[in-house]
Ligand binder design. Structure first.
Ligand code: ATP
Length: 236
C-alpha cells in the first residue's frame, strides 16, 4: 500500500445519467506536506476529482486511499466522519453558514469532529481562542469576528472559509477555485496565506484552478487532462 497522503488508483467515475466517464485515472498521488496545483479547463473534472478525494462521490471502479484508509471500504456515514476528521475543504462558493457569526463558522468542523476539536484545543485554551488565532493569521481583524458571514466582502469570506478548513489541523486541505472571484493581487496574497498556513500545519494541499498564473509557487503542477484518459480520448 502507498504511504502517500492521497492515492487514487485505476479510477473510473461516471456521473449518474452520463454515457461516458468524467474521469479515468490510472494514478493520482499527493504526498504528506506536498502542495499540488491541479489545473484544467471548465468541465474537465477538477471538482469531481475533489469530490472523490473527499469521499463525497464514489468511483464505480478503482480505489481512493486517504492517509492509508481506502474510502470505498467505509460505509457512507464513516466516510463523512473520516472527511471531517482529516480533510479541510475550501469550496468555490465558500459554503459559509450565513446566519452564523464568523467565529461560529470557523469552529464548525470541531462540532462535527472530536479529533479536530481535540487538535484545536491543543493549539488554544478553547475553541474560540484557536479560531481567533487562525483568523488573525489570515488577516481578519477582531471587529469582523462577531459579524454574520453575509456581512463580509468576498475576499474576507474566502479567508474565513480557509480558517474553517484549517482549524484542528486536518492532514489534507483541498481548495476548489477559491480565488476565482478575486483580482490578481488578492489571488496571490490569498494563495500565499493558504500555502503558509498549510506549511505551518504540515498539511498536504491540493489546490484546483483553471488559472495557470497561480501555478508557479507549487511543489508540483498537474494538468488534469494529461492524466485523465477520458480527456485524451476526445477528438482534438
Ligand atoms: N452532479 C452532477 N451530475 C451530472 N454531471 C455532473 C455533475 N457535476 C458535474 N458534472 C459533469 O461532470 C463534468 C466535470 O464537472 P466538474 O464540475 O468536475 O468540472 P470542473 O473542471 O470542476 O469545472 P469548473 O472549472 O467549471 O468548475 C462536467 O461535464 C459536468 O457537467
Amino acid at each position: 500500500m502507498s504511504d502517500a497522503a492521497i492515492a487514487l488508483r485505476d479510477i473510473t467515475f461516471t456521473w449518474p445519467g452520463q454515457k461516458t466517464p468524467t474521469l479515468a485515472l490510472d494514478r493520482f498521488e499527493v504526498q504528506a506536506r506536498e502542495q499540488v496545483f491541479v489545473s484544467g479547463p471548465s468541465g474537465s473534472g477538477k471538482s469531481t476529482l475533489l469530490a472523490l478525494i473527499g469521499g463525497i462521490s464514489s468511483a464505480q471502479a478503482g480505489s481512493v486511499a486517504i492517509l492509508g484508509q481506502a474510502l470505498e471500504a467505509l460505509p457512507a456515514s464513516r466516510r463523512d466522519r473520516f472527511r471531517v476528521d482529516h480533510i479541510g475543504f475550501i469550496f468555490q462558493q465558500f459554503n459559509l453558514i450565513p446566519y452564523l457569526s464568523i467565529l461560529d463558522n470557523v469552529v464548525l468542523p470541531c462540532r462535527f469532529s472530536a479529533l479536530r476539536r481535540e487538535r484545536a484545543l491543543a493549539q488554544g485554551s478553547d475553541l474560540r481562542t484557536a479560531a481567533e488565532s487562525l483568523l488573525r493569521s489570515l488577516d481578519l481583524t477582531p471587529d469582523l469576528w462577531t459579524r454574520a458571514a453575509t456581512q463580509l466582502s468576498i475576499g474576507q469570506q474566502q479567508r474565513v472559509a480557509a480558517a474553517r478548513a484549517l482549524i484542528g489541523r486536518p492532514e489534507i486541505v483541498v481548495a476548489d477555485e477559491p480565488t476565482s472571484a478575486l483580482d490578481s493581487d488578492r489571488q496571490q496574497a490569498f494563495l500565499n496565506l493558504i500555502r503558509h498556513e498549510c506549511e505551518q500545519a504540515g498539511a498536504s494541499l491540493v489546490f484546483v484552478s483553471h488559472d495557470q498564473r497561480l501555478a508557479e509557487r507549487f511543489d508540483r503542477r498537474i494538468a488534469l487532462n494529461d492524466i485523465n484518459r477520458c480527456a485524451q480520448e476526445e477528438p482534438a
